[in-house]
Ligand binder design. Structure first.
Ligand SMILES: NC(=O)C1=CN([C@@H]2O[C@H](COP(=O)(O)OP(=O)(O)OC[C@H]3O[C@@H](n4cnc5c(N)ncnc54)[C@H](O)[C@@H]3O)[C@@H](O)[C@H]2O)C=CC1
Ligand SMILES: O=C(O)C1=N[C@H](C(=O)O)C[C@H](O)C1
Length: 269
């Protein structure tokens, strides 16, 4: 039992943090060795199980990642961009696998992961589910097959608490569509239309974000041409799909060389 890879979860009280904790506790392939929350959070110093409203687990929620990462084999991190960058440096120091689910990182922030990835395995994906990663592949193939008569639009919907847009998944799908077309997404992305925008440009890839209620995550890739439309869709109804993917990535990373990987590598897609 104690030989199983030890996992630390950051952002322990969050929507994904709690789902990840349950997923690790239910797994016979890993064990939970730490739970981290931000400094000042009212879960710090409390037993994790009791803080989650259940029985004591004997794991105390901490704010200092240094000590926790030192006793772990992997850190699963679904928090916020600047927190994730701090965790990457500490995971690299501890030489533990860092699984990053955090979205909303800009290009400059993503570039700041590079030094850490020279010392430790980083697996990062805007969506850790098998279904979405398959949808990414399908999107690339469909975009490759169609010409610019087909306008590509990525439409996503999430719960009212989500702070970043477009979603990490929408950007993965946009990148896949652009790659299929042989163009750079940055050159063709239409994000946030408002007012007199002018007619839609051929070859552009549009993004629309819906926010409301408790929607877990829904993504459509629309290919619209005169007379016909193709819609590729993924609907997430349970955050467990992301947590299962993240744990799989943490275990997959155990025997890999330092570097940056994604879920395509983990799933072999
Ligand atoms: N890649 C994927 O498959 C998925 C990614 N996400 C992403 O995961 C992130 C978190 O999402 P949610 O759980 O819904 O958000 P949330 O707001 O419920 O949880 C975030 C947690 O991180 C904690 N946190 C923030 N800064 C911290 C710090 N410096 N140290 C320790 N903890 C810190 C917060 O206190 C909070 O508990 C978002 O970026 C979201 O887009 C969410 C679902 C799936
Ligand atoms: O914030 C969320 O909830 C989700 N975020 C990810 C994203 O930005 O795509 C993945 C999933 O859709 C849920």
């Amino acid at each position: 039992m104690t030989d199983l890879p030890g996992i630390v979860i950051t952002g322990a009280s969050g929507r994904m943090g709690q789902m990840l904790i349950r997923t690790v506790l239910d797994s016979d392939k890993a064990r939970l060795v730490g739970a981290i929350e931000r400094e000042g959070h009212d879960w710090i110093g409390r037993d994790l199980g009791e803080a989650m409203g259940g029985a004591a687990l004997g794991v105390i929620v901490e704010s200092d990642p240094l000590e926790a990462f030192a006793r772990a084999h992997a850190v699963i991190d679904f928090t916020a961009p600047e927190a994730t960058l701090d965790f990457a440096a500490i995971a690299a120091q501890a030489r533990v696998v860092h699984v990053i689910g955090t979205t909303g990182m800009d290009e400059a922030q993503i570039a700041r992961l590079e030094p850490a990835s020279r010392h430790a395995v980083i697996v990062r994906a805007g969506n850790m589910s098998l279904g979405v990663n398959l949808l990414v592949q399908l999107t690339k193939k469909v975009a490759q097959a169609l010409d610019e008569d087909f306008d590509i639009e990525v439409i996503e919907a999430h719960h009212r608490h989500k702070v970043d847009a477009p979603s990490g998944t929408a950007l993965m799908l946009g990148e896949a569509a652009a790659e299929g077309r042989g163009v750079a997404l940055a050159d063709v992305a239409d994000r946030g239309r408002d007012g007199i925008t002018g007619a839609r440009e051929s070859g552009h890839i549009g993004f629309s974000a819906i926010r409301g209620g408790d929607i877990v995550g829904e993504h459509d890739v629309l290919f619209a041409a005169p007379g016909e439309r193709i819609i590729l869709r993924h609907v997430a109804t349970d955050r467990a799909i992301f947590a299962r993917g993240a744990l799989r990535a943490a275990l997959w990373g155990q025997d890999k060389k330092p570097g940056q990987y994604d879920m395509m590598d983990v799933l072999g897609l």
